[in-house]
Design a protein around this ligand. Structure first.
Ligand SMILES: Nc1ncnc2c1ncn2[C@@H]1O[C@H](COP(=O)(O)OP(=O)(O)O)[C@@H](O)[C@H]1O
Ligand code: SF4
Ligand SMILES: [Mg+2]
Length: 330
């Protein structure tokens, strides 16, 4: 059974003139225990999609989907409020700027104690207080912070970004989520710290079977840590498959450009060579091309592309393109 199964999810921005389709019929499926990368350059709608899943978009956004199943339950039959109750019990999210998400006026210890699930606590209130303290320390140990004494007494600004992100992960774990959505969790970090956070997420997946949706603008960043990848461009679904498939045989021209511009996929080419990239840049919401939004940048675009392509199964990958590449890349 799929953990999450979303079909044709759209997100419209309500404006004074006419609504803008920021996310246009995107599919996303995940199995229990899977680590899926959600990849696409900045502005492709990854964060909007994640926020729509956890139900935190405000009223100016209208979310619709043909299917939104969570562990077999059809959430589209429920009101947005009922949907949010179910999702918030099982899904936790961490963000790009951990420092901004923590309360600057409260110590890490107090914030973690606050996050501890009350269902875990038993006895009188003074016993619960002690249990909260212990649970906060256990959470810090789980995210690899051994010297908890210093950490619990610190305020967020006294910790590095990487430590703050570990604290955010600890706070997410306090809710014992089935799915953790990590939205660019290492974007502001240097590569050593990035590796540590990714290794921590991988160990949580392996030890606790926690599913992870790892969002990144950089395909290469997520390759080592994911089983499968979904690619988005300008709010549209591009391609999904196993990480191996996406790297070895991308069928969509955009995925191919991402793979070709990845230094790891191009180990043989001489250093300092120019890597293959698409001309132009991602469109802004106010000027979205009609049909396939990659059209103005796509080397394979033809007249038919003014109509948005449907998502089709293509050799066990899902691809949204009128003219996908063939097996030999032609
Ligand atoms: N609060 C907002 N108001 C208006 N436009 C927004 C808002 N948030 C995001 N957008 C726009 O929606 C598109 C998708 O944004 P986002 O989901 O943040 O992309 P990503 O996470 O892939 O970088 C972008 O064009 C962005 O400018
Ligand atoms: S549908 Fe057309 S424009 Fe879009 S990616 Fe495919 S070939 Fe390119
Ligand atoms: Mg984002």
């Amino acid at each position: 059974m799929n953990l999450i199964d979303i079909r044709n999810l759209s997100i419209e921005l309500q404006t004074a003139t006419k609504p803008i389709l920021a996310v246009d019929r995107v599919n996303l499926t995940m199995k229990e225990g899977e680590v899926r990368g959600l990849v696409g350059e900045s502005g492709s709608g990854k964060s909007l999609l994640a926020q729509a899943i956890v139900g935190v978009l405000d009223d100016k956004w209208k979310v619709d989907a043909d299917r939104f199943h969570w562990r077999g339950q059809d959430l589209m039959r429920l009101s947005p409020e009922e949907r949010k109750v179910i999702i918030s019990k099982d899904v936790a999210m961490i963000f790009q700027e951990p420092m901004a998400c923590l309360d600057p006026t409260t110590t890490i210890g107090e914030q973690l104690e606050e996050a501890v699930d009350t269902e875990q606590l038993t006895g009188f209130f003074w016993q619960k207080r002690q249990q909260r303290k212990q649970a906060a320390i256990t959470l810090l140990h789980k995210v690899g912070i051994k010297k908890h004494e210093v950490c619990v007494k610190s305020f967020p600004h006294q910790l590095t970004d990487a430590l703050c992100q570990r604290v955010m992960i600890a706070m997410a774990l306090a809710r014992r989520p089935i799915l953790l959505i990590a939205d660019e969790p290492t974007a502001a970090m240097e590569s050593t710290n990035q590796g540590q956070i990714f290794r921590l997420l991988a160990s949580l997946n392996q030890l606790k079977n926690m599913s992870i949706l790892l969002i990144s603008h950089d395909l290469e960043n997520v390759t080592h840590w994911t089983n499968s990848i979904t690619v988005m461009y300008s709010g549209q679904f591009v391609e999904a498959g196993t990480t191996e498939q996406i790297f070895s045989q991308p069928y969509h021209p955009y995925t191919r450009a991402l793979v070709d511009s990845s230094p790891k996929a191009n180990m043989q080419i001489p250093s300092k060579s120019r890597l293959m990239t698409l001309p132009g840049s991602i469109p802004v919401l106010q000027h979205l091309p009609i049909g396939c939004r990659l059209g103005p940048r796509c080397p394979r675009a033809q007249q038919k592309c003014v109509r948005a392509p449907k998502i089709k199964n293509f050799h066990s990958q899902q691809v949204s393109c009128h003219f996908p590449l063939k097996d030999n890349y032609s």
